[in-house]
Design a protein around this ligand. Structure first.
Ligand code: CA
Length: 216
């Protein structure tokens, strides 16, 4: 999913871009309001309020006037007035700096769920159905018993079927944001999912890189 990041602070933008890409988001980073308003084809916008050319609130207002794309304000300004104004002019949520990538991703997912209620419906992937809200998986109509981590792993890979996720991306998204240890537990979970899903889905090993989920 493509995300527009409007942020003039380079270290913040770089760490957020890196962090979000680990969660499978494709980030288009721009530094100014003008560039933000020229950008196209993104599914969600993260907008800093303190921009070099215009007020970030004006960017939010203009994006909202153009359509329904979800907007999350990211700002060092923590005062209540900005928060209220931001939400009043149509931003969907507000995150105050400093923040962790995990918090931003959680807000993004929550906002996307709210604006795209269709996604709350179980996703059909061939014979496999994934109900993210109920955290249940059905195979040929029968429920597959999965542990929480097995579910998280399958749900993460199923966000972009066919795409390769690195072991690090998976470990950080499913287990812990700061995972530096061995990834044996990942192989164990992949093995269990393969057994439970049988030939309805294949978790392919991409040697030296990671895994991809292929759904026939
Ligand atoms: Ca700024």
């Amino acid at each position: 999913m493509r995300v527009l990041l409007v942020e003039d602070d380079e270290p913040i933008a770089e760490s957020l871009t890196r962090g979000l890409s680990r969660y499978g988001f494709e980030v288009r980073w721009v530094r100014t309001g003008a560039e933000a308003l020229a950008a196209e084809d993104f599914a969600l916008a993260l907008v800093d309020l303190g921009l070099p050319d215009v007020d970030g609130l004006d960017v939010c207002r203009e994006l909202r006037a153009r359509g329904d794309v979800p907007i999350i304000v990211i700002s060092a300004r923590s005062d209540e007035v900005d928060r209220v104004v931001g939400l009043e002019i149509g931003a969907d949520d507000y995150v105050t700096k400093p923040f962790g990538v995990r918090e931003v991703v959680a807000r993004m997912r929550a906002v996307l769920r709210r604006v795209q209620p269709a996604q709350a419906e179980p996703e059909a992937h061939g014979r496999v159905r994934i109900d993210r809200r109920g955290r249940r998986v059905h195979l040929d109509g029968g429920e597959v018993e999965l542990t929480p981590k097995e579910f998280d792993l399958l749900a993460f890979l199923a966000e972009d079927p066919g795409a390769v996720f690195t072991r690090e991306q998976i470990m950080e998204a499913v287990w812990d944001e700061n995972w530096f240890g061995p990834t044996k537990t990942l192989d164990v979970h992949v093995g269990v999912l393969r057994r439970k899903l049988g030939d309805a889905a294949s978790l392919e090993t991409v040697r030296g890189v990671g895994f991809r989920l292929v759904l026939p």
